[in-house]
Design a protein around this ligand. Structure first.
Ligand SMILES: C[S@@+](CC[C@H](N)C(=O)[O-])C[C@H]1O[C@@H](n2cnc3c(N)ncnc32)[C@H](O)[C@@H]1O
Length: 260
């Protein structure tokens, strides 16, 4: 029961923060020109990739990496983005999968979804839809997508085992997971962990990279690879006593043959 209250509370704090960011086009974790600005999109994806995207999409880039590139998308694939925010990764993925493909973004924050849906209308794209929901209980059918991607979101979840179980459930056998996320080397003290405003800034909800990979393994994923891992000191506010924080790109596969 206490755990359920804590899960609800974390969701509320996170939702409050990202609702305000969607309404104000503010910054999520760093200075104004950090994440949450078009310059964040430029740094993460490069000028060529984001060329032609509406400024309302690039201006609400709150990620910590580029999961689309590591997903190696192919035309016709069906893609799901966990915690899609303003939708930048969905828009980039939609270009790569083309009209035969389809992209679903799931986010729990109504103001963020409203902005993302407005972006679809403004951009006139036909192969993206945004659904309201929690990534711990996805509003998506079993075995229905080729790729699950996510950018700087799973660290915010109070129930990471459920997120990986859900990602596994909705992927078709052989489907891929491509994640960019904040991870640590070492853990936070219980005191720092309890700081929910810091949690919502993508800091104290982050877990040790080995534990992260173990949760993926427990959910059934194989071929788990940390594609790269670099210091996150420039994008998240590090305080004394914190473990090393990294922005990592992690890929994995749902095997064709799952244990019964
Ligand atoms: C740091 S932003 C990243 C947004 C987007 N992925 C990007 O790269 O710009 C985190 C997003 O995840 C959403 N989010 C956080 N926790 C969530 C959860 N448990 N279920 C669904 N959405 C969640 C927030 O509403 C917010 O839009």
């Amino acid at each position: 029961m206490a755990e359920a209250i804590e899960l609800t509370l974390i969701h509320e704090v996170v939702q409050g923060r990202y609702g305000a960011i969607a309404l104000n086009h503010g910054s999520c974790c760093g200075p104004e020109e950090g994440c949450g600005s078009s310059s964040n999109a430029l740094v993460l994806y490069g000028e060529e990739s984001i060329a032609g995207l509406p400024v309302d999409v690039t201006g609400l880039s709150l990620g910590c990496g580029d999961p689309v590139t590591i997903a190696s998308l192919k035309p016709g694939e069906h893609v799901l983005d966990l915690g899609s925010g303003g939708g930048i990764d969905c828009f980039l993925a939609a270009r790569q999968v083309g009209v035969e493909g389809h992209v679903i973004g799931v986010d729990m924050t109504p103001a963020m979804l409203a902005q993302a849906r407005a972006n679809i209308e403004n951009d006139g794209v036909a192969n993206i839809e945004f659904r309201q929901g929690q990534i711990e209980a996805l509003p998506v059918a079993d075995n229905s997508v080729d790729v699950v991607m996510s950018n700087c979101v799973i660290n915010l979840s109070p129930d990471k085992p459920a997120v990986f179980r859900e990602a596994f459930r909705v992927l078709r056998p052989g489907g891929r997971l491509a994640v960019s996320d904040i991870v640590t080397e070492g853990g936070f003290s219980p005191e720092l962990r309890a700081d929910l405003s810091c949690w919502a800034e993508c800091v104290t909800g982050a877990i040790d990279v080995d534990d992260y990979m173990e949760l993926m393994r427990q959910a059934g994923f194989v071929e788990i690879v940390v594609a790269d891992k670099r210091s996150a000191a420039e994008i998240v506010p590090v305080q004394p006593g914190m473990p090393q924080l990294y922005s990592a790109r992690i890929t994995a596969v749902k095997p064709f043959l799952c244990p019964a």
